[in-house]
Structure formats: structure tokens, C-alpha cells
Design a protein around this ligand. Structure first.
Ligand code: NAP
Length: 477
């Protein structure tokens, strides 16, 4: 079996230890990744620091040129990399292909943004003084990413960091490191100067400890669970390390009586079941107003029943396996908890064969009562929990009753109501009659315990820039 190497200072490095990567649809080992310890991470940070002084001096246009070349290389290998995503993550092939395409789009957006790290000149307030506000790259950034969008979420950090003039050490999730290796191959083929981008893998807490304590690492950008986010916040206190945190979500999706039913059903399907429900912006809680509740539930369940579950490589599959046994057990526990409290399973609700994979039939649970765990915790599975509401105020109160604030969805055709909802909802991104709000050009991130900062859009590069004020005293002519 092939052991994939790490990418360190422009070289492919195989270490003495490795960890297998398995296909969650079949349980088969599909590869392995070399593992590194803290020393390797420290060396990578040193090399990234050496590379930083030249990389930051390049004009934004030149840095953007590299990002465009990486995007072209991703495009040229899109089928193979999509297949790799499906093999290590399990998602259906069409969704893997979309992930590669959106990753290339992110790279191209930040290739353009690299030219636009604008500062400003502030009119003088005192005679003889001038004020400049300038932007400069923070330095070496450490990036830690999860398994659910293994390519996309790495690119979402690496592209803006490189555009800003930072250098990056990436640690992908242990369960899905092979896409990151494929990405590193594209980086290598683009001719990016050595040390500007590096890939490490190994024990997460060891790698994080080095990134947190090493003064060379000037920024950590993390996507993952709120639980690990809290640990990073605690660890960053000693060095006051700047953090960008993209954490968990528990999105509400509200369907009002005046919604376009078909749109609401299609929007809820994609918001809930994309990526087999393993998305931070997945609609975990669906609130349907009493007047549309029965029609919505009937149409929604009819569509969910049609969804084909299976190996993501098979044609027509819309629901793949969950990532591992733990994820499956958690989803089943959420379903059982809701049922014990009085909810009704309208479809799905059980594991489906083969036993070698972690397949859960797409599930709809109706009349989910207060206190059900799936109303407060991320289920991260193809399980839709639905309940009815009467008034707009009640829907908004329930939607905001969460420690999370990553995303929310509203389906209504009433413009006044739409504005009231988007202003009241405590979420970083809102889909209004739209189940897929994310785009390269607009900021993405969470309120409350869903994180700190924003990725994508102009805010995405800002996260890797320091703002400096320069006051100049000029002598009179
Ligand atoms: P996770 O367990 O927090 O892991 C995410 C990453 O953190 C992985 O690379 C993991 O490494 C690493 N990690 C684990 N323990 C760590 C520690 N003590 N210190 C530093 N890093 C550590 O999350 P996950 O289960 O992979 O991902 C699912 C979660 O991510 C969900 O909560 C989801 O909502 C959230 N998410 C958020 C966004 C967003 O943009 N807001 C996007 C996607 C996912 P190992 O793999 O080696 O353990």
C-alpha cells in the first residue's frame, strides 16, 4: 500500500510512521499518510518563516498568478480528485465534483483579491501631519481543517493566506488527508516557492501545541468543532495568538405559511441532506408554520424517500455513508432520544447495510418536542427534525435559542417578513428562499459559539492582514 508523504519545504517527505486511511463506504484501506511529530512542525514553521520574507515582497498580481495556476491544475485533475474525496470522505461523486469546482473558484477569487490589500490615506487633523493606514501580511499561518469538506475547507484558508502574503502550514483531518496531498501536488506543480505552503499530519494536539506555543506562527485558522475551538482559545491565551475559528452550527430552517412550497421543499432538502447531513450549515431544525406544516411535511418526506443511499461512487447516489461508527451512533442516539420524548419517525431512522459502511437511511422525524437533543446539538447526519409553530415571533425565538449562530434559512414570499427575519436571526449567513447560501465572494462564518471571524469574500483575506497606522510629521516647505 502506498504511503502518502508530507510536503515540507518543497520536498516530499515520508516519515517512519503512518496511519491508514479507510473508505467509510466499504471499510477498505485506501491509502496511508505519513505522520510527523512536533519537531517536524517546528522545522516547517522555520522554513515557512524563511520563505515569508520573499513571498510577502512579491506583487499581489504575482501571488495571484500562482493561485490561478493551482486552480488550473486542480481543474486538470478534477475527476481524479473528486474520486479521491468520495473514497476518503464517502460523499456522492456529484458533490465531490462540486467541491473541486468550488475550491478552484475560491482560488481564483483570492487570486484577484491578492491585488487588493488596500490601505487608505486619512486626511490630516493637525497641520504638518499625514496619516497612512497600510495592510501587511501577518506572517506564518497554521491551518487546521476537518474531514467533511476535506479539499474545500483547506483551500478556504490557504488561498486567502497566500493572497495576503502569508506562508502556511496545513494540518488536514486525520481521516481525510489524501485530498490535501493531492492539493499539495498541485501546489508543487504550480512552482510555488519552497516553504510557502507545507503539509503536515500527525497527532492533532501535538501539532496544535506547537502552532500555539511557537512564536514564529503568527496566526491559527481553524475549522472544526466548537469543543476543539474552545481548547484552542484556552491554548492561545498564553501567547495571545490570533485565531480565526469556524466552528459548529445548528441551523434553523423556517418555512412560513406564505412560502413557495416547492422552493421550500427543495431548499430544505439541500440544506439538510447535502454532504449526507455532515455540513456545519446543515439545517438541523426545521420549523414549519401550522398552515403549511402538513403539506410541507408530506412533500418533503416524499422527496426524502426517493433519495438513493449507497457508495458515493455509484451513479445516482445522493446519500453516502457517515464518516465513522461514532457518527452513526450519535445520529441513532439523536433519533432514539426524540422518539422517546414523543416524536414520530416518518421515514428512515435505521442503519442500512452493508455493515462494512456507516449508512443511515435518510430520516425525517416530525413533531419533535422541546428538550430533544437534536434541537440543541449538531446531529451531523441525514436526520431532519421538524416541528410546527404558530407565530413569527415564536419561530424567531426558537430559531435563536441555540449557543450556535452559523447559518439560518427562511422561506417566505413576504418581503416585510423576510427583512424582519434576516435582521432578527442570530446567524452569520442566511439563506432567504435559498438552501445553498455559500459563495466565494461573500463572507462566511458564525455568530455566538459558531466562531470568530469570517472566511471568503473580502473579509477572507483581511483575516491574514495586520493593519498599521503610520503617522508622518512633515516639515514645512
Ligand atoms: P474536530 O474534531 O474539531 O476536528 C477538526 C480538526 O481539528 C481536525 O484536523 C482534527 O484533527 C483537529 N483537532 C482535533 N483535536 C484537536 C486539538 N485538541 N487541537 C487542535 N486540533 C485538533 O471536528 P470534525 O469532527 O473534524 O469536524 C466536524 C465539526 O466541524 C462540526 O462541529 C462542524 O460543524 C464543524 N465545521 C465547521 C465549519 C465552519 O465553517 N464553521 C465547516 C465545517 C465543519 P484530527 O483529524 O487529527 O483529529
Amino acid at each position: 500500500m502506498q504511503i502518502s508523504p508530507l510536503y515540507l519545504n518543497g520536498e516530499w517527505v515520508t516519515t517512519g510512521s503512518a496511519r491508514n486511511v479507510t473508505n467509510p463506504a466499504t471499510g477498505e484501506v485506501i491509502g496511508a499518510i505519513s505522520l510527523a511529530g512536533r519537531d517536524t512542525v517546528a522545522r516547517a514553521l522555520d522554513d515557512a518563516h524563511d520563505a515569508f520574507s520573499k513571498w510577502r515582497q512579491l506583487p499581489g498580481r504575482s501571488r495571484g498568478g500562482y493561485l490561478n495556476r493551482i486552480a488550473e491544475l486542480l481543474d486538470s485533475r478534477k475527476d481524479e480528485i473528486a474520486r479521491l474525496i468520495t473514497l476518503e470522505n464517502g460523499k456522492p461523486m456529484a458533490q465531490s465534483a462540486a467541491e473541486v469546482a468550488l475550491s478552484a473558484d475560491h482560488l481564483r477569487w483570492f487570486a484577484e483579491e491578492a491585488k487588493r490589500a488596500y490601505g487608505r490615506i486619512v486626511p490630516n487633523q493637525v497641520d504638518g501631519k499625514r496619516h497612512l493606514v497600510i495592510k501587511s501580511p501577518m506572517g506564518v499561518a497554521g491551518a487546521i481543517t476537518p474531514w467533511n469538506f476535506p479539499l474545500l475547507l483547506a483551500v478556504r484558508k490557504v488561498a486567502p493566506a497566500l493572497a495576503a502574503g502569508c506562508t502556511v502550514v496545513l494540518k488536514p483531518a486525520t481521516m481525510t488527508p489524501l485530498c490535501a496531498v493531492a492539493f499539495a501536488e498541485c501546489v508543487h506543480a504550480s512552482g510555488l516557492p519552497k516553504g510557502v505552503f507545507q503539509l503536515v499530519a500527525g497527532p492533532a494536539s501535538e501539532i496544535a501545541s506547537e502552532l500555539l506555543s511557537n512564536p514564529i506562527c503568527r496566526k491559527i485558522t481553524f475549522t472544526g468543532s466548537t469543543e476543539v475551538g474552545r481548547q484552542l482559545i484556552a491554548g492561545a491565551a498564553a501567547t495571545v495568538k490570533p485565531l480565526s475559528l469556524e466552528l459548529g452550527g445548528q441551523a434553523p430552517l423556517i418555512v412560513f405559511d406564505d412560502a413557495d412550497l416547492e422552493r421550500a421543499v427543495e431548499g430544505a432538502l439541500i440544506a439538510k441532506f447535502r454532504n449526507t447531513g455532515q455540513s456545519c450549515i446543515a439545517a438541523n431544525r426545521i420549523y414549519a408554520q401550522r398552515g403549511i406544516y402538513n403539506r410541507f411535511v408530506e412533500a418533503f418526506v416524499a422527496r426524502v424517500r426517493q433519495m438513493k443511499t449507497g457508495n458515493g461512487l455509484d451513479p445516482g447516489v445522493e446519500i453516502g455513508p457517515l464518516i465513522d461508527r461514532e457518527a452513526l451512533d450519535k445520529a441513532l442516539a439523536h433519533i432514539n432520544d426524540a422518539v422517546e420524548r414523543g416524536a414520530t419517525v416518518l421515514c428512515g431512522g435505521t442503519r442500512i447495510p452493508p455493515e462494512t459502511g456507516f449508512f443511515l437511511a435518510p430520516t425525517v422525524i416530525a413533531n419533535v418536542p422541546d428538550g430533544a437533543v437534536c434541537l440543541s446539538e449538531e446531529t451531523f447526519a441525514p436526520v431532519a427534525a421538524i416541528r410546527a409553530f404558530d407565530t413569527e415571533a415564536e419561530a424567531l425565538e426558537q430559531a435563536n435559542a441555540s449557543i450556535y449562530g452559523l447559518s439560518a434559512y427562511v422561506f417566505t414570499q413576504n418581503l416585510d417578513r423576510a427583512f424582519r427575519c434576516i435582521e432578527a436571526l442570530e446567524a452569520g449567513s442566511i439563506g432567504l428562499n435559498d438552501g445553498v447560501p455559500t459563495t466565494s465572494q461573500c463572507p462566511f462564518g458564525g455568530a455566538k459559539q459558531s466562531g470568530w471571524g469570517r472566511e471568503l469574500g473580502i473579509e477572507g483575506m483581511e483575516a491574514f492582514l495586520e493593519t498599521k497606522h503610520v503617522a508622518m510629521r512633515l516639515s514645512a516647505g
